[in-house]
Write a protein that binds this ligand. Structure first.
Ligand code: HEM
Length: 454
């Protein structure tokens, strides 16, 4: 894909500005808590690099794609860490997603083969099966909370694909039940103004701790059973059990546990949220919905009831790509400066937090004309070269780019085509659904009417 080049700023000519609206003591805490998406999007137009203040500390938002690229492609200097990631260690230890630079290459090399296309080739089959099973429960003229249903489906798929293809229904339902409680609890701990709040006894803490314990015990049981059986099931967990570091060492059970937890949490909410936004947007755009249905019908006829090929779903892919532009689940990506450096000419001391927001970037008018418009044809081959390099990064970039991008595109394409070939989902509420920025850009309940297509 050829790209339009963004106007490079001549060396030393990057613009740096302070974000407006800073209050004494509070810094920019108020707009960051009240309306972070709008606030960060407005900062895209302030400068190439914008300085903010939170809890008395300066932090910098990279707005220009070239500065974001620099931040992502120099992982030794712009390293993983900082207050958000410390909380995720509680859940997933020192695993791929939150380990520092010093450990990352070793872990990525070990885990990458498990995500190769040939190993995940059979996954779309599980994905289709689970979406079929979910939609079989829908009733003509019924109402569903599409957001909740999609979260349950992607958790089921995650349990079978990332943990064990043989996992029993009880275990799957345990994961479906515990995972959202755990994710919510981790998010609350990430954004809590004072750590102490979560150490106090109360129902939220009890629910979080018991869901986490249940999930941990279940993952340990599955790992133990797999090790005891000693059979390569051809799935991701088997891949982790047989993987070896360069020095010949294998992963310990704890390391496998942490990686599985990392994958499960990274894989389920992200894809469910993207699918929910796709259904919401399509429900309001009859022309795009019609084109998607046409493609889904042809696909279903060709594939038969169990087929799961996805190479011939180009329009579906464009719809998903456009959804990931407008509502990128990973909307806020941070790094910590590991040694004194500079970005865009601005000196940064070791320990400074730098971040970018893909949500804000993807809605910058100078990068995407008419950015509020849902327009999947932006991604048609003849037009996709119009997108400036580095402007569209829903999966990040550089050595820490999402390892599950292929999995995510497979799952969302197969799910959307499976649903669209059978069902038409009508939004019930006439009011707009607003994005809720938490750990991901999600949404609240999404009530929809289920109409069979034939
Ligand atoms: C629409 C779906 C998804 C989106 C938008 C998404 C987004 C992202 C982003 C932006 C990053 C980079 C974060 C950074 O640079 O700090 C990332 C990393 C990661 N993602 Fe995803 N992701 C998705 C689905 C998945 C799935 C399905 C899996 C697993 C099966 C997964 C596993 C991971 C892991 C393990 C990392 C850390 C990679 C590393 O540090 O080497 N993600 N994801």
């Amino acid at each position: 894909m050829s790209h339009t080049e963004t106007k490079p700023a001549p060396a030393g000519r990057w613009s740096v500005a302070s974000a407006p609206g800073r209050l004494p003591l509070l810094g920019h805490l108020v707009p960051m808590r009240r309306r972070p998406l709008e606030f960060l999007t407005s900062l895209q137009y302030e400068a190439d690099l914008v300085r903010l203040e939170m809890k008395g500390q300066p932090l910098y938002m990279a707005c220009h794609p070239e500065l974001i690229d620099q931040m992502l492609k120099e992982p030794r200097t712009f390293d993983r860490g900082g207050p958000f990631y410390e909380k995720t260690q509680l859940l997933m230890g020192n695993s791929l997603g939150n380990c520092p630079y010093s450990d990352h290459r070793r872990q990525r090399r070990l885990v990458q083969p498990s995500f190769r296309r040939e190993r995940i080739a059979s996954y779309p089959e599980v994905m289709r099966e689970e979406v079929e099973a979910e939609t079989a429960r829908w009733r003509p003229g019924g109402t569903i909370d599409a957001n909740a249903r999609l979260h349950a489906v992607t958790a089921r798929i995650g349990a079978r694909v990332l943990l064990s293809t043989d996992i029993g229904t009880d275990h799957v339902e345990q994961i479906v039940r515990c995972l959202p409680v755990v994710l919510k609890g981790i998010y609350r701990r990430m954004v809590a103004p004072i750590d102490l709040l979560h150490k106090l006894p109360g129902p939220e803490r009890r629910a979080f701790e018991s869901a986490l314990e249940e999930l941990r015990a279940l993952i340990d049981t599955v790992i133990r059973d797999y090790r005891a059986a000693g059979v390569d099931h051809g799935d991701l967990l088997s891949g982790l059990l047989t993987a070896r570091y360069d020095d010949g060492d294998r992963l310990s059970d704890q390391e496998i546990h942490d990686q599985v937890m990392n994958f499960l949490t990274a894989a389920t909410e992200t894809t469910a949220t993207a699918l929910a936004w796709a259904l919401q947007l399509l429900g309001r755009e009859p022309e795009h919905e019609r084109r998607l249905q046409e493609e889904a019908d042809a696909w279903a006829a060709r594939e038969g009831p169990k087929g799961h090929g996805r190479d011939d779903l180009p329009y579906t892919g464009r719809v998903i790509t456009e959804v990931l532009r407008m509502y990128p689940p990973g909307w806020f990506v941070t790094r910590v400066v590991s040694k004194d450096t500079e970005l865009g000419g601005q000196p940064l001391a070791a320990g400074t937090v730098v971040f970018y927001s893909s949500y804000a970037l993807h809605r910058n008018r100078s990068l995407f004309p008419d950015p509020e418009r849902f327009d999947p044809d932006r991604w048609a081959p003849e037009r996709s070269g119009e997108v400036p390099r580095g402007a569209m990064i829903p999966f990040g970039s550089g050595s820490r780019k999402c390892i599950g991008d292929d999995y995510a595109m497979a799952e969302t394409s197969v799910a959307l085509a499976t649903i669209a070939s059978r069902w038409r989902l009508r939004p019930i509420s006439t009011t707009d659904v607003h994005p809720t920025p938490r750990a991901l850009v999600g949404m609240g309940p999404l009530p929809m009417l289920t109409e069979p297509r034939t």
